[in-house]
Design a protein around this ligand. Sequence first.
Ligand code: ATP
Length: 517
Amino acid sequence: MAQQEDVFKKIVSHCKEYGFVFPSSDIYDGLGAVYDYGQNGVELKNNIKQYWWQSMVLLHENIVGIDAAIFMHPTTWKASGHVDAFNDPLIDNRDSKKRYRADVLIEEQMAKYEDKIQKEIEKAQKRFGDSFDEAKFRATNERVLENQKKYDDLHHRFQEVMNAPGGIDLEGMKQIILDEGIVCPISGTRNWTDVRQFNLMFKTEMGSTADGASTIYLRPETAQGIFVNYLNVQKTGRMKLPFGIAQIGKAFRNEIVARQFIFRMREFEQMEMQFFIQPGTELDWFAKWKETRMKWHQNLGFGAENYRFHDHDKLAHYANAATDIEFHMPFGFKEVEGIHSRTNFDLSQHAKYSGKKIEYFDPETNESYTPYVIETSIGVDRMFLSIMCHSYEEQLLPDGQTRTVLHLPAALAPVKLAVFPLTKKDGMPEKAQEIINELRFHFNCKYEEKDQIGKRYRRMDAIGCPYCVTVDQQTLEDNTVTLRDRDTMEQKRVAISDLRSIIEDKVSITSLLKKLL
Ligand code: ATP
């Protein structure tokens, strides 16, 4: 685990050193859990967004996009339930003065029991080799059974307090923390305050205070911008059910525990798609979207074993089924995307609060009804982090040296091709520029002439550039160059006129999209 934490620290500093992610307002020592994307980060981020957007809007005839404003009428958030219920239970440690999410402390305790079980299994696996029977071991080993019981009891109690009839049972939650002997990781003590609810929405004012400014919120999710536009899009686009509306945009949450770099930010970006369907078909569509979204993730080639579904025990006030797609980060399996069956909760609430009829007239059944909704909701920043974590490698080379390389999927890499003149003489820089001038319309190219070729390769490896080309003496004679592959480090001689056809297909988003069909 310590080793994994080290790796994570290295990834965070790599992100800064190579222009991917900087702390916000860095010269003022940053702002808690707010980050800026640098020259390479913004390219990677834009590519992620394009991969998502095109997989939704280009590949589905019945999905269209919108771009709603961040500010919305304040009643939106009353109707959606966010004013009353978008709360996290928080608890303070009196000694360290640190604040925690009480539910997260309990979840971490459950994860500890799971870890203990996993360690026993791994130990036994090593001991027994091929003859190891995991199911039998789980059913008979005393230490596993003991930890499983602790896990099950805690899980049961946790579910009870989270699903208490009048909302989360805050006293019950504190009691669990005390009974489990959970200590503050900073002070190491059990000197806890009571658990309180904390609303995560940021407030601001619109208009001048003199003429009675109104309180408005920075949206905590992009979804509501889609719900309030359902009628506009359905009517003007003559959309027939089932159909979807996709959107990418900023969301804001005043997170209590803002740790783990860009995993939990106060300002972040979401890619959400609301799919409007006939009531009664929601579980089929829920299953279908689970499969579609998992395929989108696995299509990046990071290995199926690094993903899992985590079905929710506690359903949000609007949902009748929900799951997370989790990715194996250096700090464990963590949520990257949520898929929720939101029933007709949001549209009905907006109908109630706005006094407008928000329905769909189904020409096939001659009936009007409020559509149900399946939502897929993914954080751009968490996706970015998962890609960085998986791509980062400190590789030991056969000659004993190491190189730091980002094995980014070529279609997402910020720079696709770097072109180097071997020396700054004999017209090589001009030839290199000529190559760039031709290819820059097709993909992102970078010119580099400083330092030895080996150093230039390393710099390109560190930003995940999949191809490098070197212009040398021979180029001037026969118009061929050496093309070097980032992952295999193999070099081959190719004609300049073939470069585009060799590279373009491999680095385009289209290459990823084709594999989805
Ligand atoms: P968590 O349980 O981690 O707080 P959530 O279940 O509240 O997340 P959703 O409301 O389902 O998250 O939001 C959908 C997606 O938006 C998440 O899967 C995640 O990728 C992203 N997301 C949510 N909160 C943040 C945040 N504070 N920073 C970065 N991304 C976030």
